[in-house]
Ligand binder design. Structure first.
Ligand code: NDP
Length: 480
């Protein structure tokens, strides 16, 4: 489909030339398809004209506009108050310099950001990403998605996202600490437990969270719950590391359960081998599914007989402790490593994209569908291009979008905030129970707004359900 906005056909080859192969592998040539709906087209023209070159953001807005604009026909009050237009405009954006020094003595400068997108439903909440491909458009799409996701959790959380173009790979612990301290020193005035509560994302795990929390506490001279994803010895919630991956599988189970199916015996592809991927894998194994791939930005490991518990423990240690590469896993267990390939060519029943945005292109989607894939559950944020998304939707497969399927992470972050506020720690079992219940409720909301003739359109359901909650709050609080 061609672009109908007053811009040339968008072919994004952005940024690929700037970075090494880690970005070449998953960053597709993207193409935002224009809408069939004239109202959506004119809305998107406005978005494009206000945000030219913010291609990921435009893509994310279009997905929402396609389903929310028709919904507004029966909800004129939201239309009149221009709620959707407001949601597309961040409340506040910060960009700042992060100076730090390499072990070699070299002076370094990176760029930091925080986008405080929407506070209608609670204090700003959303992760920090450290990745060299990070830029304003990527962060703005992430912050935008967070509005709907946090609203779906029903936990009084506003939405934000932040991070830096810093690359944590091949840095010493001392360099990481120096960078994190400098980053949080710059971000310090903008965050606080009732103001803005960051968490992790790509490149920001327990090590980085610990260093940032330590520096924040040192500057504030008080101990509070400003960051979630903390270690359990200093206020972190049990189950937060597992939450996004486990929640992803709980959501997939709900989608299957709706059709009286289970995960048992299903061949599942997983992309990535980070936090979300490995806890998705763990929960899939618990449900007797067969995990046949893991990957990283160097390539994919094919596991034809299925991942075992022993293999998973090896990969966890490799990735979380030794910070190694996925080909080392292939070498250890004599498995095939497909250099610079994504997992989507391996036949499967279900796919769990858990690495990064736009990692499934239209071409990948066709291959997945032709090979028999009937379920997609997005651990990553916006892992499907708009073309891939359209193909899955048209085919009518179970397609759980990230706003719903990966909301488990922010759910347990919300629970961590509550535990910090009341000064109490819940057991792993208690947190897991609340997580499961919340993923079920999110699925129910998707059904409420997305069910058509016994099938659930999760794009429609998740986006409208997320929109309604924020829209109500915004309308009640006046034009601010
Ligand atoms: P991690 O940093 O722990 O892992 C990311 C994984 O994805 C790594 O295996 C990494 O490979 C791979 N990856 C990242 N970028 C690229 C790229 N451009 N090309 C190829 N591979 C890539 O991150 P998380 O697991 O925390 O996050 C993964 C996804 O889940 C993101 O989209 C994030 O926004 C989303 N998410 C995360 C949540 C959380 O709680 N952590 C919550 C909700 C969503 P390599 O190491 O080689 O770079």
């Amino acid at each position: 489909m061609s672009i109908l906005y007053n811009i040339p056909k968008i072919v994004f080859k952005t940024r690929n030339h700037c970075f090494s192969k880690q970005n070449l592998l998953l960053m597709p040539i993207n193409d935002v398809e224009s809408s069939e709906n004239p109202e959506v087209r004119s809305f998107m023209e406005l978005i494009y004209n206000r945000n030219p070159n913010e291609l990921e953001f435009i893509q994310a807005v279009q997905e929402v506009a396609e389903v929310v604009i028709p919904f507004l026909e029966d909800h004129r009050e939201y239309k009149q108050a221009k709620i959707l237009e407001s949601i597309c405009e961040p409340e506040r954006v910060f960009s700042f310099r992060i100076p730090w020094i390499r072990d070699s003595g070299e002076y370094m400068i990176n760029r930091g950001y925080r986008i405080q997108m929407n506070s209608a439903t609670g204090p700003y909440k959303g992760g920090l990403r450290f990745h060299p491909s990070l830029n304003y458009s990527v962060l703005k799409f992430l912050a935008f998605e967070q509005v709907f996701k946090n609203s779906l959790t029903n936990m009084n959380l506003g939405a934000a996202k932040g991070g830096s173009d810093f690359d944590p790979k091949n840095k010493s612990d001392r360099e990481i600490m120096g960078f994190c301290q400098s980053f949080i020193t710059a971000l310090f005035p903008m965050i606080g437990p009732e103001m803005d509560i960051p968490a992790g994302d790509i490149g920001v795990g327990p090590r980085e969270i610990g260093f940032m929390f330590g520096q924040y506490k040192r500057l504030l001279r008080r101990f509070n719950g400003v960051i979630t994803g903390k270690g359990s010895s200093y206020g972190g919630s049990l189950m937060r590391p597992e939450a996004t991956g486990y929640g992803n599988v709980y959501f997939a189970k709900e989608m299957l359960d709706y059709h009286d199916e289970t995960l048992k015996g299903k061949k599942c592809l997983i992309s990535g081998s980070g936090n979300v991927s490995l806890y998705t894998a763990e929960k899939l194994l618990e449900n007797d599914a067969k995990v046949v791939s893991l990957s990283d930005s160097d390539g994919t490991v094919h596991i034809p007989d299925g991942l075992t518990g022993e293999m998973l423990e090896f990969v966890k240690d490799l990735k979380f402790n030794r910070r190694g590469r996925i080909h080392e896993f292939a070498e250890k267990f004599d498995l095939e490593h497909k250099d610079e390939e994504k997992p989507w060519g391996i036949p499967c029943d279900a796919a769990f994209p858990c690495a990064t945005q736009n990692e499934i292109t239209g071409n990948d989607a066709e291959i997945l569908l032709n090979n028999g894939c009937r379920l997609i559950s997005e651990g990553a944020n916006m892992p499907c291009t708009s073309e891939a998304s359209r193909l899955f939707r048209e085919k009518g497969i179970l397609y759980g979008i990230g706003k719903a399927a990966n909301a488990g992470g922010v759910t347990v972050s919300g629970l961590e905030m509550t535990q910090n506020a009341i000064g109490y720690t819940w057991t792993k079992e208690a947190v897991d129970k609340l997580l499961r219940e919340n993923m079920k409720k999110i699925h129910q909301q998707c059904c409420k707004y997305g069910e058509v003739n016994g099938k659930v359109d999760y794009i429609k359901g998740a986006n409208i359900a997320g929109f309604v909650q924020v829209a109500r709050a915004m309308l009640a609080q006046g034009h601010v």
